[in-house]
Design a protein around this ligand. Structure first.
Ligand code: DX5
Ligand code: ZN
Length: 263
């Protein structure tokens, strides 16, 4: 049976009690998810390697840095030295595979994009495969696991050239930038596409889900085939975060059991 790995996002935790938040993850989770934002690629600013190092000192769990930043390559060595184990970069960011491209919808604080947001017609995305390979190679050379994240406006089919070289694929279910946004169900289609591609090509990456993953959505996400479940509000904004983690795990495992194809 494919694994169920829970990765709580510290972005939603009470940062005045960071050690407590990490201790909860140690008891009930598999990874720690760190949301790194630069105020440019996404309209929010969080933290860098200094904070990653502080988290490293609090836990032995693997740390996955979700780099929502332009030019992540410039920061790969610093995050690695801080003790980050995995790094996930965004294909849409400038410096990852060329000039990058703008989001049709920007996240806008907790609650996210308004329902009235109508995306403009999609333009073809320009992916310079050689540049993308160089970016992934820079992460690989640091010794970290290599992940590639897609916003909801980017399709798995667009990154087929490099899928076989990845350790992690993350088709996001919100526009990145803030915790607490509503889950976008179109991500399920991309999660399935990533699982199908892996089966057909004998690839080995794990499929991550991130954005609005909580008690009411995790069953569908697990049934679609994701293995790594990032959750912010679904853990740290619940009255008992450890119980919430355990409940998410039960729901994901039970979705797996009732889905013969994932076994
Ligand atoms: C959003 C981040 C997510 C976020 C998840 O840009 O990448 O990791 O913290 O939080 P929830 O689960 O509340 O959507
Ligand atoms: Zn994230």
């Amino acid at each position: 049976m494919s694994p169920v790995l829970l990765a709580p996002s510290l972005l939603s935790a009470d940062w005045s009690r960071l050690a407590e938040a990490v201790a909860i993850a140690e008891k009930g989770a598999d990874w720690i998810h760190l949301d790194v934002m630069d105020g440019q690629f996404v309209p929010n600013l969080t933290f860098g390697p200094v904070i990653a190092r502080a988290v490293r000192q609090l836990t032995k769990l693997p740390i996955d840095a979700h780099l929502m930043i332009h030019d992540p390559v410039a920061f790969v060595p610093a995050f690695r030295e801080a003790g980050v184990d995995r790094m996930t970069v965004h294909v849409e960011a400038r410096g990852v595979c060329g000039p990058g491209w703008a989001a049709p919808i920007r996240s806008r604080g907790e609650g996210g994009a308004s329902k009235s947001d109508t995306p403009p017609p999609a333009e073809p995305h320009t992916i310079e495969v050689a540049a993308l390979r160089r970016t992934l190679a820079a992460v690989r050379a640091s010794g970290a696991g290599v992940g590639l994240a897609l916003r909801p406006d980017t399709r798995i089919a667009e990154i087929e050239a490099v899928l076989g070289e990845l350790d992690y694929v993350l088709p996001m279910s919100v526009y990145p930038g803030f915790s607490g946004q509503a889950f976008r169900p179109e991500a399920l289609r991309e999660i399935r596409a990533a699982v199908v591609w892996r089966e057909h090509h004998g690839a080995h990456y794990l499929v991550q889900a991130d954005g609005g993953v909580a008690a009411d959505t995790i069953t569908a996400v697990a049934a679609a085939g994701a293995e790594v479940f990032v959750a912010g509000h679904g853990v740290y904004r619940q009255s008992d975060p450890l119980a919430a983690l355990q409940d998410l795990r039960r729901r994901a495992e039970s979705a797996r059991r009732s889905d013969g194809t994932a076994a």
